[in-house]
Design a protein around this ligand. Structure first.
Ligand SMILES: *Cc1c(COP(=O)(O)O)cnc(C)c1O
Length: 379
C-alpha cells in the first residue's frame, strides 16, 4: 500500500490517559470498580449537567438496562429510530420484544415527528403501546426534541436517548444526554472519545440508576454471601478503561473543534460540486463526529464509485447506516415512513446516496485535501 491507511474515526489519545491508568496500577484497582470509575461517572455528570451516571462495558449494555428498567419483556413493543447502528435496537430483541422502526426526517436525518405520530396512532388503536421510545442523535447531531418529546409525553411513554454518537453536542443550549428519561453514551473505539470499549447511562432518576447498577453487577443482593433473586449481567466498566475515559474527556472540547474544522473544510472543498454535506440544524451544535456527504443522483456518480476510488488509495469511507427496517434481521417488524407510503423512506434515500468520510481529529489538511481531490476527479 502507498500510504498508511486513513481511518474513518480512529482513537486519538490526549496524553493524560496513562496518568490515570498508572493510578489504577499503583492502587491495584485492576477491576470493574475503583476510583477511576467513580470519578469518570462524576466528571460525565458535571459535563452533561445530570445528577447520576453509571459506567458500563458498552453503550449497547446501557440500552439493554434502560429497556429492562422500563419493564420491556416478551411481546412488548419499543419504538426506535430506523437510521442507526444495530446497537440501538439489538437489546430490544435481547428482551424478546418487538421493535417498531421510525423513519428520519430530511432536515437533520433524525427521527421524524410525522412518522412517530403515525406509529403512536397505530399503537393506540391496536392497543400495542410501546414501553419506551429510543431516539438516536445521529452522527453527532441532536434530534429535534421540542417536536419529539411532546408526542411521547402525550402518550405517556418514557424516552431513552441514544446519544452514543453525540457526546458534547447540544440542542437549544442543553447537552445531548439530558433529553431522555435515561440517556446512553458509547466510548467504543470509533466514537468521539473512547475508553477502548465502554458506555455510560445518565439520568436524573436516582432509583433508575441504582436499579441498573444492581443488574449490571450480577444482581448481587446486599448480603455477605452471594445471594441472587433476579437475573443479572456483568456490564460494569473496568477501572483501567475508566482511566482512559478520564484522560479522553479532558480533550473532548478540543476534539469537537478539530472535527468541526474538518467538516468545514469538506464543505468548502465541495462547494459548487454536486455534493452536499449533512445538513446542520440551527437548533443546536453538533459534535461533528462524522462528516457525511450525499451525492446528487442526476450526475450519474454512484457512492460505490466514490468508495472504490478512496479504497484504492487506502482510505476508509463507508455508506450511511443501512436502515434497520431494510435489515434481514428486522424485516418482519413494523416500520413507519416520514412519507405517505412505506415504499419511500428518508432513511433509504440517505443510505443510497450518503457516504461517511474520514473525520478523525488527527486527519491533517493535506490528507483531507487529497480526499476531496480524489472525489472531485470523478465528476
Ligand atoms: C456505537 C453506537 C451504539 C453502541 O455502542 P457500543 O458502545 O458500541 O455498544 C449504539 N447506538 C449508536 C447510535 C451507536 O453509534
Amino acid at each position: 500500500m502507498k500510504n498508511d491507511r486513513i481511518f474513518l474515526s480512529p482513537p486519538h489519545m490526549s496524553g493524560n490517559e496513562m496518568k490515570y491508568i498508572q493510578e489504577a496500577f499503583e492502587t491495584n484497582w485492576i477491576a470493574p470498580l475503583g476510583a477511576n470509575v467513580d470519578k469518570f461517572e462524576e466528571e460525565i455528570c458535571d459535563y452533561i449537567g445530570v445528577n447520576h451516571a453509571l459506567a458500563l462495558s458498552s453503550g449497547t449494555a446501557g440500552i439493554h438496562l434502560a429497556l429492562k428498567y422500563y419493564g420491556v419483556g416478551p411481546g412488548d413493543y419499543v419504538f426506535c429510530s430506523d437510521l442507526t447502528f444495530a446497537g440501538s435496537c439489538n437489546p430490544i430483541l435481547y428482551q424478546y420484544a418487538n421493535p417498531v422502526f421510525i423513519d428520519s426526517e430530511p432536515d437533520t436525518w433524525n427521527m421524524s415527528p410525522v412518522a412517530l405520530e403515525k406509529a403512536f396512532e397505530w399503537a393506540w388503536n391496536e392497543h400495542k403501546m410501546p414501553k419506551a421510545v429510543i431516539i438516536v442523535d445521529l452522527y453527532g447531531q441532536s434530534a429535534d426534541y421540542d417536536q419529539l418529546l411532546p408526542i411521547c409525553k402525550k402518550y405517556g411513554v418514557p424516552v431513552i436517548e441514544d446519544a452514543a454518537e453525540a457526546l458534547g453536542a447540544t440542542y437549544k443550549g442543553k447537552k445531548c444526554g439530558t433529553f431522555g428519561d435515561i440517556s446512553v453514551f458509547s466510548f467504543n473505539g470509533n466514537k468521539i472519545i473512547t475508553t477502548s470499549g465502554g458506555g455510560m447511562v445518565v439520568s436524573n432518576n436516582e432509583a433508575a440508576i441504582k436499579k441498573m447498577r444492581f443488574w449490571a453487577t450480577q444482581s448481587r443482593e446486599a448480603t455477605k454471601h452471594y445471594e441472587h433473586k433476579e437475573v443479572g449481567y456483568n456490564y460494569r466498566m473496568s477501572n483501567i478503561c475508566a482511566g482512559i475515559g478520564r484522560g479522553q474527556l479532558e480533550a473532548l472540547e478540543s476534539r469537537i473543534k478539530s472535527k468541526k474544522k474538518i467538516f468545514e473544510n469538506y464543505t468548502n472543498g465541495f462547494e459548487n460540486n454536486p455534493i452536499n454535506l449533512m445538513p446542520i440544524s440551527e437548533y443546536g451544535t453538533p459534535n461533528y463526529w462524522l462528516s457525511v456527504l450525499t451525492v446528487k443522483k442526476d450526475y450519474g456518480i454512484t457512492i460505490e464509485q466514490i468508495l472504490t476510488q478512496l479504497e484504492r488509495e487506502n482510505i476508509e469511507a463507508r455508506p450511511v447506516w443501512k436502515p434497520m427496517h431494510m435489515q434481514t434481521l428486522f424485516e418482519n417488524y413494523k416500520f413507519y415512513s416520514h412519507y405517505n407510503d412505506n415504499n419511500n423512506t428518508v432513511g433509504q434515500e440517505l443510505f443510497e446516496k450518503g457516504i461517511c468520510l474520514p473525520s478523525g481529529s488527527t486527519l491533517n489538511e493535506e490528507e483531507q485535501n487529497s480526499i476531496i481531490k480524489l472525489i472531485k476527479m470523478l465528476y
